[in-house]
Design a protein around this ligand. Structure first.
Ligand code: PRP
Ligand code: ZN
Length: 285
């Protein structure tokens, strides 16, 4: 396997979770000081710590083979790169917001208004599609203060918890784009690099699958066993073992986090007891 270069955000909303994902994939990073480039010690991967804004370009140029970045940056920078995989973390949205005491009656509001943003490409496209004629002021930071200092009538920016808007007296009026962290790639890799990427993806999938599932153990009266097994959607069929106490069995299986509470309720209704739910570290299928 040949070494591949992965660009991640140096510091900011994506960086900790990007590093967590790499570590959970069993890859050791010589961290501490995030120098610009740093090789992993037990996997052919080199990490490039960059500003998130620079990641799409670095992947297009081949400076990095792959990158972890928000969809917001992928859309905004509009480079020759592809989304390999959505990673499910650092979810946020790109929204239009205006001062909270100003009435809002729909997108028409923005006709003839000034909007401050650092996402002018996405905003321009959106306004064009909706036939709104607004003046876009591109600024690179602290967009949220623009309305209060009289620089703009509204802003177009990232909203995550919403606390930045609240503390600046703004309200979200339109959600334009929903974003999350994604893994991106550029041009086709050679065979040896592709092997490395495939192994990396295989590990990420095992981690993600594990995070989405729980291992559950429960005790069930033998009379109810057939019905309980029908409720459980497990990987294959559940494992059933007799308990020391006659007339009871222990059932083990894997269930998805999203069905979890619903299934637990049904299991209890069928006489299940001593239900244990255990996180899964890795899940290989
Ligand atoms: C964004 C955005 C807001 C904040 C919103 O900045 O510009 O300041 O996050 O988050 P909240 O709704 O949770 O308050 P970010 O930290 O991504 O920095 P960057 O735009 O400079 O990359
Ligand atoms: Zn940024």
């Amino acid at each position: 396997m040949e070494q591949i270069k992965l660009a991640i955000q140096k510091s900011g909303r994506l960086s900790e979770k990007s590093i967590d994902l790499i570590k959970e994939a069993g890859i050791k990073l010589n961290n501490g000081n995030r120098t610009l480039v740093s090789p992993a010690s037990n996997f052919p991967l080199e990490i490039l710590y960059l500003r998130d804004d620079d990641i799409p370009q670095s992947v297009e140029d081949g400076v990095a083979d792959i990158g972890i970045v928000g969809e917001n940056e992928v859309e905004e920078k509009d480079k020759q790169i592809q989304i390999i995989e959505k990673l499910g973390f650092s979810k946020c949205r790109l929204s239009l917001a205006i001062p909270k005491n100003i009435p809002y009656n729909g997108l028409d509001f923005f006709n003839g208004k000034v909007i401050a943003t650092s996402y002018s490409h996405i905003l321009r496209k959106y306004l064009q599609e909706h036939n709104v004629n607004a003046d876009i002021h591109e600024i690179s930071g602290s967009v949220e203060i623009a309305p209060s200092i009289g620089l703009a009538d509204g802003i177009f920016d990232i909203v995550s918890s919403g606390s930045t808007l609240i503390s600046n007296g703004l309200k979200e009026v339109e959600v334009v784009l929903r974003s999350q962290a994604v893994l991106v790639g550029g041009s086709t890799l050679n065979e040896e690099k592709q092997k490395t990427l495939d192994e990396f993806l295989f590990r990420i999938h095992s981690v993600q699958r594990a995070q989405k599932n729980r291992y559950i153990l429960l005790n069930v009266p033998n009379d109810n066993l057939d019905e309980v097994i029908k409720i459980l959607p497990g990987m294959k069929s559940p494992t059933v073992m007799p308990l020391a106490e006659s007339g009871w069995s222990s059932v083990h299986t894997v269930i998805g986090e999203e069905d979890f509470w619903n299934i637990i309720g049904q299991l209890k209704a069928h006489g299940a007891e001593g239900i244990l739910v255990i996180p899964i570290e890795k899940m290989i299928v």
